[in-house]
Structure formats: structure tokens, C-alpha cells
Write a protein that binds this ligand. Sequence first.
Ligand SMILES: *[C@@H]1O[C@H](CO)[C@@H](O)[C@H](O)[C@H]1NC(C)=O
Length: 302
Amino acid sequence: MEARASLGLLLLLLPLPSGGLGEQHGGAVGVSSPQGSAEMESGRPRSPAAALGALFPPSSRGRSRLGIIGGHEAKPHSRPYMVSVQSGGVHICGGALVQQRWVLTAAHCIVRRLKGPVKVVVGLHHLWDRGAATQSFAIRTACPHPNYNRKTMENDLLLLQLSGPVSWSRTRRPIALLRREPKAGTACSLAGWGVPRDPAAALQELEVAVLDARMCNNSRFWHGGIAPTMICFQGRHRGAAPTKGDSGSPLVCGQPAAVAGVMSFSSARPEDPLKPPVATSAVGHKKWIQRTLRRGCPRTRV
Ligand SMILES: *[C@@H]1O[C@H](CO)[C@@H](O)[C@H](O)[C@H]1NC(C)=O
């Protein structure tokens, strides 16, 4: 019974294709099937998506503690670009404020069966903070990358146009995109709220280092699942890793910090050193980002 219950929960976490559950079994989102997990444990996922699950937006029934592992609480408002993307009042993903009306997050954050209207909250430290430091916005337009592929997780980016402009303050400020792709060994960091059960949950942060993409792509690691526009990284302390609700959070590097990428996927066992977390490169998609910020995109239903 236990096993079946947890399998059911896992299915809830997966993005549902238009055809619903039937189609899903045939799809590459193999993590939901026992074969899928076996495949992953042998170290040879058919695609990153086959070992995914961990970072898909949770349902409000998500039960385990799923925040950044081995991180520490961020200094309040030290990352004023961090936003919480919420659906029906539940945190589903992190994101970065890149302009007064635009947030950069991951495409897989917006799945068809959301629990309610999507909203972006800026200026938070504790997830349920409200009041003067925070502002909350509905979404005017959602612009997923047109070539987002939920099987390979390529181009896992989403720009959300807010219903109004953010008023800048000490707690609400934009962040720039990094100019160059960070080299292997670059020190970066990632913050997120995870999927906290504790309503007082505060923003956690994690120091990470960029990994060599070729190594990360080899047969011991992600076995060909790393596209040239992905960035592999690892926690600088053993066992430290982002998990579920940290999807969409910006990977930031440099001084002043700028966005190198957007948290996309990791293994269902986040501490597995051979399946390091992977971000979508923002630098590698700069043209699409800049064009979308200038001109918007064809209207998509959220
Ligand atoms: C990883 O391997 C795949 C398959 O061989 C290849 O298509 C892809 O370009 C490689 N990625 C990198 C970053 O070299």
C-alpha cells in the first residue's frame, strides 16, 4: 500500500500532457514507472526526463521536506531579484526579476493542471511574508521558450510578463544576465524556498561550482543528456543540492551577481554525485530573452 501511495504522488508531480495519464505512460517521463527508476539507478537514463520528477512543480499534497539540501538561510533580502511563482497560493517555483514587468523562470514550471491562477510574489524572505516589502502580481503573458522540449528538457525557460510594474525598493530589484558562459570551476550560487511545509520557511541559499560539461555528459554522469545550452553544477559542500521547488531559481555568478542559468532538473536522488543538478543557460539563450523582453510573445494561456 505504501509503495502504491507514493507512486500515485509521484504521478501527481509530473506535468500532464494534453492526453492525460494514458499518454504519459507511453511518454519518456519514465520516472513514474518502476522501469524508469531502475533505468536511472543503472546510471543510464534514456533522457534527463527519465530521471526527473524531482524538480517538477509539486502539488499542494507534496509531503516531504524538499528545499535546498545542505544550504543555509539567506540574509533577508540579500537577493532582492528572487521571486516566488505560485499557483493557487502554493509555491511552485523560484524565478528572477529581470525587468520591471518580467520574471525569468523554467518552462516546466507551468504545466497544464495547475491548482489555480499563477501569481508572482516579489520582495519575500519568508515564503508567507506579506506587507510593505512584498508585491504580488497576476501574469499578463507567459512566454515559454518555443523550443522547450519536456523530454530532453532542452530550452527549459519561461518569461512571465507581470500584470503591472514592480516598484523598485530595497527588497525588490532586478538582476542582469551574465555576459559570458561561466567556465568549469566558477563559483556561483542558487537560492530557493523549496517546498517547505513550514509556513515560516525562509529563503535558503547554496554555494555551488560549475562542472565541466563534457564530463557531466559522459556515460558515468548524464550519459549524453546534457545539451550545449545546459550548465551542470554541484554543491561546494558534500551532499548539498537543490531539489523540487527550487526549479526556476536563477543560478547566479560573478560580482555583482548576474544570471548564468535557470534551475531545470536533477536526479530523483538529489545528492547523487553522478547526477548533478542542471540549469538551462541564460547566456546561451540571451537572444531569445532579449527579443522577448522587447517584443513579448504570442499570447499563451496559463
Ligand atoms: C552530450 O552528448 C550528446 C550525445 O552525444 C550530444 O548531442 C551533446 O551535444 C553533448 N553535449 C555537450 C555539452 O557536449
